[in-house]
Design a protein around this ligand. Sequence first.
Ligand SMILES: *[C@@H]1O[C@H](CO)[C@@H](O)[C@H](O)[C@H]1NC(C)=O
Ligand SMILES: *[C@@H]1O[C@H](CO)[C@@H](O)[C@H](O)[C@H]1NC(C)=O
Ligand SMILES: *[C@@H]1O[C@H](CO)[C@@H](O)[C@H](O)[C@H]1NC(C)=O
Ligand SMILES: *[C@@H]1O[C@H](CO)[C@@H](O)[C@H](O)[C@H]1NC(C)=O
Ligand SMILES: *[C@@H]1O[C@H](CO)[C@@H](O)[C@H](O)[C@H]1NC(C)=O
Ligand SMILES: *[C@@H]1O[C@H](CO)[C@@H](O)[C@H](O)[C@H]1NC(C)=O
Ligand SMILES: *[C@@H]1O[C@H](CO)[C@@H](O)[C@H](O)[C@H]1NC(C)=O
Ligand SMILES: *[C@@H]1O[C@H](CO)[C@@H](O)[C@H](O)[C@H]1NC(C)=O
Ligand SMILES: *[C@@H]1O[C@H](CO)[C@@H](O)[C@H](O)[C@H]1NC(C)=O
Ligand SMILES: *[C@@H]1O[C@H](CO)[C@@H](O)[C@H](O)[C@H]1NC(C)=O
Ligand SMILES: *[C@@H]1O[C@H](CO)[C@@H](O)[C@H](O)[C@H]1NC(C)=O
Ligand SMILES: *[C@@H]1O[C@H](CO)[C@@H](O)[C@H](O)[C@H]1NC(C)=O
Length: 550
Amino acid sequence: MRWKTNWPQLLRLGLLGVSAVQAVNLSTSAQNLFDESMVIQDAIYDPAAAYLRYFYFPLAAGPHETRSSVWYAAGLLQRDRGEDRNEAVRILQNVIGGQEKNVSVQWYGDYTKYPEQPTVGTPAYPPVIYNSWDPNWRGFIGTALIVIYEEFGDRLPSTVQELILDSLYNNTVGDTYRVGGVDGDNLYPAYSNAWLMRTVVGSWTGRKFGNANMTAAGDSDARAFLKLFDRNGTLSEFNGPTYAGVSLYALTIAAKYLGATNATIGQQAHRVIETIWGYESQLWNANLRNFAGPWDRSYGYDMNKYVAIMSLWVWSLVDKEHVFPNATSPIWTMAHADDFEIAPLVAVLSEFHQTLVPAAARARLQEFAGDEQRTYTGHAYAPPADLEPRNITTWLSRNLTIGTASFNQSVVGGFSEDSTSFSPAVVQWLRPDASIGYFNLYPEETALVADVGPYALNLTYPLCNASSTFTFVLASNPLGAKRDIAGLEDVDGLRIKVVGGTVDPVPEISFCGLLGGTCEVIHNFEFWNVTFSMPESSTAVPSVQLQFAF
Ligand SMILES: *[C@@H]1O[C@H](CO)[C@@H](O)[C@H](O)[C@H]1NC(C)=O
Ligand SMILES: *[C@@H]1O[C@H](CO)[C@@H](O)[C@H](O)[C@H]1NC(C)=O
Ligand SMILES: *[C@@H]1O[C@H](CO)[C@@H](O)[C@H](O)[C@H]1NC(C)=O
Ligand SMILES: *[C@@H]1O[C@H](CO)[C@@H](O)[C@H](O)[C@H]1NC(C)=O
Ligand SMILES: *[C@@H]1O[C@H](CO)[C@@H](O)[C@H](O)[C@H]1NC(C)=O
Ligand SMILES: *[C@@H]1O[C@H](CO)[C@@H](O)[C@H](O)[C@H]1NC(C)=O
Ligand SMILES: *[C@@H]1O[C@H](CO)[C@@H](O)[C@H](O)[C@H]1NC(C)=O
Ligand SMILES: *[C@@H]1O[C@H](CO)[C@@H](O)[C@H](O)[C@H]1NC(C)=O
Ligand SMILES: *[C@@H]1O[C@H](CO)[C@@H](O)[C@H](O)[C@H]1NC(C)=O
Ligand SMILES: *[C@@H]1O[C@H](CO)[C@@H](O)[C@H](O)[C@H]1NC(C)=O
Ligand SMILES: *[C@@H]1O[C@H](CO)[C@@H](O)[C@H](O)[C@H]1NC(C)=O
Ligand SMILES: *[C@@H]1O[C@H](CO)[C@@H](O)[C@H](O)[C@H]1NC(C)=O
């Protein structure tokens, strides 16, 4: 399919009309977030290339990066000082210039991951989804282009405004090539963050072009999302410290720019955002500065030690001191710091977003009352991985949280089939030095029954036998506490006791270290591997019952 923009017609219809808007007025906390992220991005911006350098574990030797450059362009337009506007224009022209134009390839309308990459689909650079190309880049870059167009269109030459719309058109067409389970793709409605980005880009772009196909696809995507969400008022991709933040980002764009239209997602986004904050704020432990578990997908085990996008939303709402310990070094020194590059967009959207955060939720983000205990119960459902809805139970107290999901799935590792990011049983506590300890199940089975109570956690593998093991990822003790962990009695700040179950109560303990040990670190977190096995000849259903005390 060839497609050509009819600019004279669009101009006649007034579709290029951009209302004159100022830079967004940021709250103090959002401005702090914005400023701290721009310091990093200014430092890695390469004006000769008009791209950011590729800040990725931690810096690539030379290459630049596409997606973060667009995030930075939004920041430049918001700041709008000196050469900022011109640099933003150069970035946008570069990124859109590199957009895939061959309608026959699966990655049509997608953007490069980095501009120096070999051409995807050549013998030297085979198309590998989520590697040499990433289908979610359409969603990430498309949504960012919408924010840029809506907020800062009047700061851009009309040719660049047109280029953005052109880019979004191809982006939307290309994203319709995605079908969960086909060609290696996994875009099902349960893949909440990516699904929502496609919903929003299609709905917005369809309206801009008066294209009924696109708006109909956007509405259909929205209905599929809502069908899952409204089962129990939860995202299928439940409580991911990074990806719940991306879902909120997409929903905010829907609420802000499509809220006055009849787009299904625009009409529903407000209440969905309120509902998400309703449960996320219950899971937030303001004293530990962490969302209690379980986490469907996480890039670490302690939010004080890595950058999660939900931390950026909380920062924009109640400021940095409620998210990271005061002693934290600059954010770019933390694990997964590359995600901090999305901060300009979070800041720009936060002024609108905060109006949708219920007062009770905001209060819970700020403080966990000294003697409070609460139990959250809910359900989340992510087909096709989930054979039945998961049951979530999380007990929170000021210095200890225990959060779990009972599940019955078709794969190991949850929807994303990744045991390093799916954390279905999470225990976190405050240690004497004010740092956070954790003791989390590393999932190795397709079904788990988890029972939680105050200071107690019982886990059962209903489908398993004597060959099964329960492996826990246990935090290293902080500096000054015991360096070696030979038994649970060596754990700093929490007494962990096996009080029952069918496992051998004495675990095998090994170390997964940065520079040694017998197993690999996970997302740059080193840990002690605490593995419980079944007695050799046991015929019992595997289970372990744990009690915790300070
Ligand atoms: C931002 O605040 C200034 C000063 O109060 C005001 O003049 C301006 O209109 C505001 N801009 C927006 C977009 O609200
Ligand atoms: C959109 O795709 C068409 C068809 O391949 C191509 O001619 C056009 O240049 C593309 N536009 C952009 C901005 O990539
Ligand atoms: C577009 O991609 C198809 C499928 O890979 C290929 O056969 C064709 O040669 C490509 N066209 C161009 C202009 O590169
Ligand atoms: C809408 O979709 C139909 C069926 O896929 C297609 O034939 C038609 O060209 C599309 N129209 C536009 C404007 O994209
Ligand atoms: C969750 O959804 C299921 C299926 O629709 C329903 O049976 C159940 O009552 C819901 N539970 C809650 C707590 O909303
Ligand atoms: C939105 O309005 C358009 C034009 O009136 C109509 O064709 C479309 O069906 C409406 N969409 C929804 C979801 O109501
Ligand atoms: C962290 O720093 C802020 C600002 O300096 C201060 O208001 C706050 O009390 C500090 N919090 C802690 C726990 O020390
Ligand atoms: C939590 O830990 C702090 C610091 O050790 C202590 O002062 C406080 O009493 C504890 N609170 C509860 C509820 O255990
Ligand atoms: C969730 O709880 C319901 C009601 O107790 C139960 O029937 C169902 O089997 C549970 N689901 C899982 C996956 O454990
Ligand atoms: C998991 O779900 C499947 C399909 O509904 C069911 O047959 C099986 O009994 C369930 N397993 C457990 C352990 O609940
Ligand atoms: C864990 O199992 C023990 C023994 O069956 C039981 O006494 C306890 O209540 C259970 N705890 C929870 C939280 O379910
Ligand atoms: C944990 O240790 C066991 C051996 O006790 C090993 O088989 C397993 O692969 C390790 N798991 C991880 C996640 O490191």
